[in-house]
Design a protein around this ligand. Sequence first.
Ligand SMILES: [Zn+2]
Length: 483
Amino acid sequence: MLSCLGATAGLFALVNLLALATPPVPAAPSRLPRVIIHDVAIVNPDSGGRTTTAQTVVIEHDRIVYAGPADAAAAALPGTRIDGRGKFLIPGLWDAHVHTLRLAPQLQLPLLIANGVTSVRDLGDTCSWSTNLSCVSPAAAWQRAISNGAMVGPRLQQVVTYHLEEPPTDGAELRSLLLALKARGENMIKLQLDPTIDARDAAELLRLADSLGLRVGGHLPFTVDLASSPVAWVSVEHDWTLLPQCSRTRASFDDRTASKPALLRAFDSVQCDAVLATMRARGTAYVPTHIASTGQDAVFASGPPASANTARYIPAPQRLAWQIVRAAGKVSEPEARDLRAYHSAALQLTKRAHDAGVVVLAGTDAVDPEVVHGFSLHEELEYLVRAGLTPAQALAAATTVPARFMGVDGVVGRIAAGQRADLVLLDADPLIDIRHSRRIHTVVFDGRVFGPTERAALLSFVEAQAHRMTIASRFLRGLWYGG
Ligand SMILES: [Zn+2]
């Protein structure tokens, strides 16, 4: 026993020692005075999707100053030229649901940029899993370093820094927790409650948050009837939390695989449409994260590892943790069938929500097992198309729609004069096949050009980091200390 304790302490000390060394992070390329992308096809995902050929985009410093037909004046301007012939330009992509660990600058943030993801909606960083309210999120410091080019990463639209999982049962304690969160300026209280929480407890919590002027969003408990909830939700995250709303067995659902066929059999289209109408009326966004939710269950049950091609960007301890989760997700063939049927129903619900006018956002829940920052956003776009959205609608869910939802559509989300220069140049048309969104030639983030050489360098940097002992140690240390 003692020797076992000694060995553990020794390992712990070694991990701490190795973790002391801070691995470097890559700097972004300097902005050029003027960049001209000529003879390019501009893809506008809005209004059904339109591609306009023979366009010119002029970028000065961090902004687009011209986007339109090639004209003599733009052609004559001095500057760095990018030949857009045969290429397609889309706005920089958004991932509307990511998480970041303390190692994000070494691992996750460069992967996002290399994959054309220039904005993220951060649903909880390293502090969110801690109940320690004095935990200081590194996101603000990262954002500053990203802005001045000292670090590579996307715009971090920080939405949440605290996950409310087990609210205090004592009313006064709950009130003081919510007041403390309000005092530190939380944008939204992310609810990750037990999905079978007592309906009265959930209602009391929602009313209290509302009375204190706090907005809520996150995982919708099965016990909450969204259509008659007195409190508007900012967003409903994950398909598995919305799907039960469309079933008459919602309130007694327990999320077990065995209960899922019955939940689907009790599908009630009137009830479902009432929920979706409420979401539309209240501006509640839906972020299905199919890749991490029912899609992941279906893949774990039967398919190949989703991350087979991207595992090299993941540190060994994290990969090991994923293998354990995957092994635990193995089920019998009849259960796998049920999980696939559940996933199909979730895809159909996304189409139904989109058709009903609900704001549907492309998000991945990256940090979840086998969900890899950047790469997975392209997989989620494919899921949205499989759900029945057109490629243009899927692209809009990752560009114009999140920008509008987050109130920054005057800044990013479109290719137009005055917008910040966040662009992705593709080698193939994404409106013909959404998988072409992965055919990335160049990413422009905030006017900084990541061409083929810079993108390859980012990917090999992350791959090298993922294999470093210091990173593995820091990852393990994060597991022990949070984040
Ligand atoms: Zn999440």
